[in-house]
Design a protein. Structure first.
Length: 238
């Protein structure tokens, strides 16, 4: 079991928050759907607000884990990604689908050139990947790009994809990071799009593929999508 998986259990089940002093640098950040928490003290405070819960690690790729949580009031699954400075966490990204209601911050109105149907081109066969993206994950990224950005739903038979595209017709998926393990590959991605109401939606997603690439565990914070659709657009004329 990796250090990250061991830490997740210690924090979530045992509430051993003193472990964060050794596991994270003081200026560490944690990003989730609502934004970025800056500093180890703020990260610790966020953990203190959590109830003790049972947790099961379902995928362990060293610097990324997938887990299922059974708490006193609800159960959910999530993914956690970390980047380290020497051996200590300096950045983490957390994606959880808890289902609890959230409030999105105000957001800017969409720019005209980003609206659905304007300036669109064929997605092509190859994903645009950032520097350092592992070659071992490129084949999966290209496949997801064709299925998700190219709308080739026949290549990816998951119900959440057409449901998301119906809500965000111009949704564009960006592949940010990946980890390739012996039997599993994990990909961290983001999606940006516009609802029919004109509201912009931004989501973080994470997928773990085991063996055959058709077998995946994907997490999206659906509650935050609902929150963004119900959120207020900044009115610059007010």
């Amino acid at each position: 079991m990796s250090a990250l998986a061991t830490l997740e259990i210690a924090l979530r089940r045992d509430r051993a928050y003193a472990r964060l002093a050794d596991s994270h640098v003081h200026r560490a950040t944690r990003e989730d759907s609502l934004g970025i928490i800056k500093g180890r003290d703020a990260i610790t405070a966020a953990w203190v607000n959590e109830d003790a819960a049972d947790v099961k690690i379902t995928a362990d790729l060293g610097e990324m884990i997938a887990y299922k949580v059974k708490g006193p009031k609800q159960s959910w699954h999530g993914h956690r990604w970390v980047w380290r400075e020497e051996s200590r966490v300096m950045r983490e990204v957390v994606i959880e689908d808890r289902g609890d209601a959230k409030t999105a911050p105000q957001f800017h109105p969409p720019l005209g050139e980003l609206r659905s149907g304007q300036g669109q081109h064929d997605a092509g066969d190859k994903a645009i990947l950032p520097p350092g993206f592992p070659e071992g994950a490129r084949e999966i990224a290209d496949w997801l790009h064709q299925a998700w950005n190219g709308r080739a739903f026949n290549l990816y038979g998951r119900a959440w994809l057409p449901a998301l595209i119906r809500a965000l017709p111009d949704a564009t998926f960006h592949f940010e990071h990946a980890i390739v393990g012996e039997k599993q590959t994990a990909i961290l991605w983001r999606v940006h799009g516009h609802h029919a109401s004109g509201k912009r939606v931004r989501l973080i997603g994470s997928s773990v593929f085991t063996g055959d690439a058709d077998d995946d565990d994907t997490v999206i914070d659906h509650a935050f999508m609902v929150a963004q659709l119900a959120g207020e657009v900044i009115d610059y004329g007010a």
